[in-house]
Structures are given as structure tokens and as C-alpha cells.
Design a protein around this ligand. Structure first.
Ligand code: DGL
Length: 265
């Protein structure tokens, strides 16, 4: 295994770019390959069996690119299939649930944490289990927010519509008195501003940022961090139109998407 081998990241579509953005920010020298399964997005409404099957196909594709570490950027896949992926691959696999759960446990003072995510993520109770394994006294309240994903992809991340939708969903969770809220879906960091406005005293945990920190620690432990001043390569693969991915993705990434190829899994 060579240090210069890329980090592999996959997601159901464009959302995992929020994780790529954070990994790129703290590890700019790393070479990164991103796969978005845009032909089959969304995963968050599918059965566990289907999500696992799709995630194996994404994993196999990235392993063929000689990656040194795999990041499962999709909360839904991390919630449902992470252990099954880990059993199958010979390299470290990092999901987004554990890092987000740990940061939430460290943040809460009143031991009440809210989790928002897709239907599949909330139904899996993975965040709840991860939090309870760290501190059994914490109360966890999970809430699916299915409209957030299309809202963000449409670019409506601020303004009156975003505010109304966020208020409508988060009302129940506010009534529970949580002091910490985990943004348990790839798309939700783009709604951070509105969510923070609506829940102004609550600490928001961005799983993407927390995951990037874990990736850095794991690579350092393996002696696999690239230390150099120049920027690493970014390569993108998608399973549907590259054009649409670039349009929406550049907004998520806040930088250009250049080297992109459409593939079949
Ligand atoms: N990437 C998914 C997640 O983080 C959101 C989009 C989808 O449902 O596929 O759960």
C-alpha cells in the first residue's frame, strides 16, 4: 500500500460532497476519488437489503481503484450497511454515524440529543445505539426530514420556503428540549444557517466535519498521511448524467468539478 493511493468516498449521489469538502479542507494534499451513485439516488427511502446491495457495488468499484481508505459518506449506508462493508474489505472503512454520535455526546449538557436524517437512517436507530453505547443516560430523539434533501438539491437553502419547511419539521424536536442536534444526512449541512436560526440555542453537530477529523487520525495512525504542500488530485465518478452532478455538486463543494466520468456499476 502506497501513501499516494487515493482515499475513496462514496455516497448515493451528490450529498457526500459535503464530506469530501471537509476531508479536502483538513487533508488538502490527499488524492481523493468520489463515487456518486446518481442513477439510483435516493437511498434513504429504500429497504435495508437494497441499500446494502447498492453499497457493495460502490465499494467494489472503489476497491478496484486501489484506495487506501474508504469513507462511507452516506448516512443511510453508514446506518444500515457499515459493518457488512467492513467485513468484506481489507482496508479501514469510516462511516459518518460514529463520529457524529461522539461529537454529540461531547456537546450535550442536558443529555438530550436530537437526530435528523432520512427515513432509513432514523428507522435503523444507528445514531441512537451509537450514542447509548457512549452514554446510556442520554435521551435521544430521532426525526426523519424527507423534504430537506430535494429542498437542498433545488438550491433553496435560505429564504422563506426553507425557513417554513425547517420550522415545520423541527417543531417536535424543539418541544423535546434537546440542546444538541445531529445533522444526520449528507445534505443537511447546507441548511445549517436556517436550522440554527430556528433552533438558536442548540448546538448543531455536522457529521461531515467530525468524520473528516477521524479520517485524519486514522491515516496518521497508519502512517499513511500525505505530507506535501501541493493539492491532491480529485476524480469523480457518477452513474448518471455528469452535467447534472456538476451543476448541483459545485454548489455543495464550493469548488470546480473537472475530472468526472460516468460509469456503470
Ligand atoms: N446521502 C443520503 C444520506 O446521507 C441522503 C440522500 C439519499 O437519500 O440518498 O442519508
Amino acid at each position: 500500500m502506497d501513501k499516494n493511493n487515493p482515499i475513496g468516498i462514496f455516497d448515493s449521489g451528490v450529498g457526500g460532497l459535503t464530506v469530501l469538502k471537509e476531508v479536502g479542507r483538513i487533508l488538502p494534499a490527499e488524492n481523493i476519488i468520489y463515487l456518486g451513485d446518481t442513477a439510483r439516488v435516493p437511498y434513504g427511502i429504500r429497504s435495508a437489503e437494497t441499500v446494502t446491495r447498492y453499497s457493495f457495488e460502490c465499494t467494489e468499484f472503489l476497491l478496484r481503484q486501489d484506495i487506501k481508505l474508504l469513507i462511507v459518506a452516506c448516512n443511510t449506508v453508514s446506518a444500515i450497511s457499515l459493518n457488512k462493508i467492513r467485513e468484506k474489505v481489507p482496508i479501514p472503512v469510516i462511516g459518518v454515524i460514529e463520529p457524529g454520535a461522539r461529537a454529540a455526546v461531547n456537546s450535550t449538557k442536558n443529555k438530550k440529543i436530537g437526530i435528523i436524517g432520512t427515513e432509513a437512517t432514523i428507522k435503523s436507530s444507528s445514531y441512537l445505539r451509537a450514542i447509548k453505547s457512549l452514554d446510556g443516560d442520554i435521551e435521544v430523539c430521532g426525526l426523519p426530514c424527507p423534504l430537506f434533501v430535494p429542498l437542498v438539491e433545488e438550491g433553496w437553502t435560505s429564504g422563506v420556503i426553507a425557513r417554513l419547511v425547517v420550522e415545520r419539521y423541527l417543531k417536535d424536536i424543539m418541544d423535546k428540549g434537546v440542546d444538541t442536534l445531529v445533522l444526520g444526512c449528507t445534505h443537511y449541512p447546507l441548511l445549517k444557517g436556517v436550522i440554527q436560526d430556528v433552533m438558536n440555542d442548540v448546538c448543531l453537530v455536522d457529521s461531515a466535519i467530525e468524520t473528516a477529523k477521524v479520517v485524519k487520525d486514522v491515516l496518521a495512525e497508519m502512517g499513511m498521511l500525505i505530507v506535501r504542500s501541493c493539492e491532491g488530485r480529485r476524480k469523480f465518478f457518477v452513474t448518471d448524467s455528469t452535467e447534472k452532478f456538476i451543476n448541483v455538486g459545485e454548489r455543495f463543494l464550493q469548488s470546480r468539478i473537472e475530472d468526472i466520468t460516468k460509469i456503470e456499476l
